[in-house]
Design a protein around this ligand. Structure first.
Ligand code: DAH
Length: 339
């Protein structure tokens, strides 16, 4: 019995396993109920009484050693597995490829940012509209050409449901649901029944501005727009307002800025005039205020509307409008910016 125990002790000292499965096989071989060590415990009753003490000690020693050895090997495997997953924290980081914002979003965000500095907040309205919000409330006479199918997309032959042709429609929503003072921007997509070319598209983007309060004057409008032009195109930028006509503003004007490509010298972009048109504006027509339930004897206001594509073209000199909706990454990747 003693010899057998010593033999096994030596085996246990040399014990090695390549993986957890092998180790488990060893545990079964030595320590399970039918294992070699249990067998020796069973045979222990046959050991002569006078040897029992010494053999018993040896046997316990063998059992403990085997258990220790197996735990030790198990731990070694666990540590090895852990170290495989450990990352080298000193390695430099992989550069993470960021996308770029769409140029129209860059422009939109910049415009919003500029006007938010003088107190404008944002609202959005629906793209699918009814006649009243797009035309009726805004003082368009019934026979106005914008109401023609040639210019406006109507939905399913119902002349009352249409895709908005301008973001001025959000004015009607805001003025009927909110009390002045109102100082807001309405960015969004608009639709017109136009043949697609490098200079026209059936959808594009606008930002509308609206300011309604007591004693709002044309001078306030002009000052706000001058501030915007300088912030957007640079301190040297000049503006000029030309009389114009829109059904919802009276008086109405169109604003030009000094051509930011040639600095006003004259170039093909500004058709050698030194000026480029960037927006329409005016004092909100009292009829519009009344249509929306605002007392025009107490309140006045100004409004303006600009095309985001137009401003983007000026800012980034994109020559073909269609590039904005073609999703060509080579085009889009050029617009890295903080906005
Ligand atoms: N809604 C006009 C358009 O789409 C732009 C516009 C002009 C908006 C004058 C205004 C404005 O608020 O006062 O052409």
């Amino acid at each position: 019995m003693k010899n057998r125990i010593n033999e096994l002790l030596e085996e246990v000292n040399r014990m090695a396993a390549a993986n957890n499965e092998e180790l488990e096989a060893l545990r079964i071989k030595y320590l399970s109920k039918k294992g070699l060590i249990s067998e020796l415990f069973n045979d222990f009753r046959n050991v002569p009484n006078e040897e029992k003490r010494v053999v018993g000690q040896l046997l316990n020693e063998l059992k403990n050693k085997t258990q220790d050895k197996i735990s030790e090997l198990k731990e070694a495997f666990a540590n090895a597995a852990g170290s495989e997953q450990k990352t080298d924290l000193t390695r430099s980081a992989e550069p993470f490829k960021l996308g770029t914002r769409h140029p129209l979003s860059l422009t939109k965000n910049e415009i919003i940012d500029i006007f938010s500095r003088i107190g404008f907040t944002i609202a959005e309205g629906p793209e699918i509209e009814d006649d009243w919000h797009v035309f009726g409330a805004l003082n368009f006479p019934p026979e106005h050409p914008a109401r023609d199918m040639q210019d406006t997309f109507f939905i399913e032959q119902d002349p009352d449901i249409l895709l908005r042709t301008h973001t001025s429609s959000v004015q009607s929503h805001v003025m009927t649901t909110q009390k002045p003072p109102i100082r807001m921007l309405f960015p969004g997509r608009v639709y017109r029944n136009e043949a697609i070319s490098y200079r026209a598209h059936c959808f594009f983007h606008q930002i509308e501005g609206l300011y309604i309060d007591k004693n709002v004057s044309f001078a306030d409008l002009k000052q706000a727009l001058l501030y915007f032009a300088k912030e957007m195109f640079g301190e040297h930028t000049k503006i000029r307002l030309r009389p114009s006509y829109f059904p919802f503003t009276e008086p109405s004007a169109e604003m030009d800025i000094s051509c930011n490509i040639c600095g006003g010298e004259g170039c093909p972009f500004c058709k050698h005039t030194g000026w480029v048109e960037i927006l329409g504006c005016g004092m909100v027509d009292p009829n519009v205020l009344e249509n929306c339930g605002i007392d025009s004897s107490v309140y006045s206001g100004y409004a303006f509307g600009m095309g985001v594509e137009r401003i983007t073209n000026l800012k980034y000199q994109v020559k073909d409008l269609r590039m904005f909706s073609e999703n060509d990454v080579r085009f889009l990747q050029q617009f890295e910016s903080a906005y």
